[in-house]
Ligand binder design. Structure first.
Ligand code: ATP
Length: 355
């Protein structure tokens, strides 16, 4: 019997609703399987922890997570605490501490979901966006001086290293190679950013030589947004810098119907550390505690977790259950135009997974 140790970190807002829902799906799955089980440990870190202790997570928090096989994360964000504190104090601390340098965001239009693009069918939109997750624009390098004075100065320096760019582009080419179309779009901005992004382009051309069976092209990030809307079927796998992919993947989620559906994986592809799986939405305090949160983004994140753990068949089972539930409009939450509650959607997915 294989045992997987899963850390759950609900964090803030609706994270406290969707992460327990994700755990229930995993429990329903394990109840049906004789060959694997899950051991969960919950970590109540985030905004409430910050109010009590002055930090989002304890100083030795990464040590507590290190022995885990995977982390299921909710969201970090609190209306009373500055966003840069909640983000850097918890989620980025884990991503950077565990060198989860590849952020993978699949987008598809699931059955039953109305996507806003009129001319777009589910067959036209099946993307995976790979986001560089360890450096670039979010390297955290910069500073402020003379605060409040007319001569105040502030910088955020984007850092790109050859090692960092090579590993994310190699990861993206490999992922593109594993998908049927073997098609990669390298998103860039080398017309305006003439140092780091030019290096990015050069390294892309070098890494491409290792993958002769992958077709690839280059697209400026601004043109990429228009192409996602106008020619979605021309895209399959995309790779972009930390900031560019952050923005493109929110656009992708919206084009596929709702922010509440989209999943993400923060991977350490070398498996030195646990990887972390989370819905891409944030804490959404406006709907917190009302039973309105769509748990599908978390369930799809659970699918990515199972794939990462090598439980391919179980992953397929959960994805099939999710698709059966989205296909039923009576089980749509309010963000999808329906009236179903988090509990109803969770119970429906658990029933299918457990059946
Ligand atoms: P944060 O500051 O933590 O990023 P946010 O509230 O600013 O959070 P999101 O949570 O990403 O931003 O989402 C914006 C809006 O989309 C929310 O206010 C909410 O109304 C809606 N939304 C997001 N996620 C979901 C979900 N899972 N189910 C239903 N609606 C959602």
């Amino acid at each position: 019997m294989r045992t997987y140790r899963i850390a759950t970190i609900p964090g803030d807002g609706i994270g406290k609703e969707v992460v327990p829902a994700g755990r229930r799906v995993l429990e329903a799955l394990a109840a049906q399987h004789r060959d694997f089980r899950f051991e969960f440990e919950n970590f109540a870190w985030g905004g409430d922890y910050y109010r009590e202790h002055g930090v989002m997570m304890p100083a030795d928090g990464l040590d507590a997570l290190h022995g885990m096989d995977a982390i299921l994360f909710g969201s970090a964000g609190d209306p009373q605490i500055a966003d840069h504190i909640t983000l850097w104090g918890l989620r980025l601390k884990i991503c950077q501490g565990f060198d989860q340098y590849a952020n993978v965001r699949p987008t598809r239009i699931l059955p039953g979901i109305d996507a806003p693009l009129k001319r777009c069918t589910p067959a036209d939109l099946d993307w995976v966006i790979v986001r560089e997750n360890s450096e670039g624009e979010y390297a955290g390098v910069g500073g402020r001086a003379h605060q409040g004075h007319p001569i105040e100065v502030a910088t955020d320096v984007s850092i790109m290293t050859r090692a960092g760019v090579e590993r994310i582009l190699r990861f993206a080419f490999r992922l593109a190679q594993s998908r049927p179309r073997k098609l990669l779009t390298v998103v860039t901005k080398s017309n305006a950013q003439r140092h780091a992004m030019v290096m990015w382009d050069e390294i892309a051309a070098q890494i491409a030589l290792e993958f002769p069976d992958v077709s690839w092209d280059k697209e400026l990030v601004d043109a990429a947004t228009a192409r996602m809307v106008n020619r979605p079927a021309s895209l399959d796998t995309l790779v972009a810098t930390n900031l560019h992919a952050d923005i493109l993947s929110d656009l992708a989620a919206a084009l596929a119907g709702s922010l509440g559906i989209a999943p993400t994986a923060n991977l350490d592809p070398e498996r030195r550390y646990p990887s972390m799986f989370e819905p891409i939405h944030g804490s959404a305090f406006d709907i917190m505690g009302k039973g309105l949160a769509n748990p599908v983004g978390t369930f799809w994140s659970v699918v990515m977790m199972l794939e990462h753990l090598g439980e391919t068949e179980a992953a397929r089972k959960v994805m099939t259950a999710i698709e059966a539930v989205t296909a039923n409009r009576a089980l749509h939450t309010r963000d999808l135009g329906g009236e179903a509650t988090t509990e109803e959607v969770t119970a429906a997915v658990c029933a299918r997974v457990g059946g």
